[in-house]
Design a protein around this ligand. Structure first.
Ligand code: ADP
Ligand code: ADP
Length: 225
């Protein structure tokens, strides 16, 4: 079944065609990469899926539902931002549980969910720390735990490894890959790094100037550039 489907989707800002007539079908459980140079429309596409932006033309379906009119919190997708956007004054546990608190969940229950999410990213026992007492890779994993805590059906990742150094980046590539496999949910990530897209994704969409110019498996993309 389809997780995300774009049919002729555009998002124009005045004369700027950020996304311009995109058709795209992402399957449930797929690890999907949007690859392309800066300004090619990847982030805007991700924001359209998340519901932070609305298309100026075309239709989006999310897990079989028409996306139009669905607010972000009803889409079953969560976003991991490039800069992690953790609250510096909250400890790790409260950062992860924050969305559940806003949703009105009782403390014991949301802390239980937070601990489970922290275990998933190998940060069990780090709940009392402040983000400032963590390494870059650990902060990244907190952001992942926060995005997983309410069991979304898809995770959206915008340049998730962009802030990490090369060695950590390679390690996190492996970790993201195995996390996605063990959860079995859809991961959609944005990158301008071809090597990263080809090594991590099941399928890659190559963006240029707001359009998808190629879609395929890493082998397809590598051998038919
Ligand atoms: P990418 O993620 O591939 O770097 P973006 O989707 O961020 O590309 O941007 C695509 C194009 O749309 C760029 O030219 C960008 O400047 C423009 N753009 C994105 N968001 C806005 C906005 N809110 N207003 C005007 N132009 C925008
Ligand atoms: P990224 O680092 O993913 O490329 P940007 O820094 O380009 O993201 O964009 C961050 C925010 O600014 C987004 O909300 C995007 O829509 C908006 N934005 C991007 N380009 C422009 C632009 N040219 N004019 C107005 N807003 C923009």
């Amino acid at each position: 079944p389809s997780a995300i489907r774009f049919s002729g989707v555009s998002r124009h800002y005045g004369n700027v065609k950020a996304v311009d007539g995109v058709d795209m079908d992402i399957a449930e459980g797929e690890f999907f990469a949007m690859l392309g140079p800066s300004g090619s429309g990847k982030t805007t596409s991700l924001r359209l899926i998340a519901g932070f932006e609305q298309p100026t033309a075309g239709d989006i379906h999310i897990f079989g539902h028409v996306a139009q009119g669905l607010p972000p919190y009803k889409r079953n997708v969560n976003t991991v931002f490039q800069d992690y956007a953790l609250f510096p004054h909250l400890n790790v546990r409260d950062n992860v549980a924050y969305g559940l608190m806003v949703a009105g969940q009782a403390k014991a229950e949301r802390y239980r969910s937070a601990e489970r999410a922290l275990d998933m990213v190998a940060l069990g026992g780090y709940g009392d720390r402040k983000p400032s007492a963590l390494s870059g890779g650990q902060r990244q994993r907190v952001a992942l735990a926060r995005a997983l805590v309410n069991e979304p059906k898809a995770l959206l990742l915008d340049e998730p490894l962009g802030a990490l150094d090369l060695k950590l980046r390679e390690q996190m590539q492996e970790e993201l890959k195995s996390l996605q496999r063990s959860l079995g949910i859809t991961f959609i990530f944005v990158t301008h790094d071809q090597g990263e897209a080809l090594s991590m994704a099941d399928r890659v969409a190559v963006f240029n100037e707001g359009r998808i110019v190629q879609t395929g498996t890493p082998e397809d993309i590598y051998y038919r550039p």
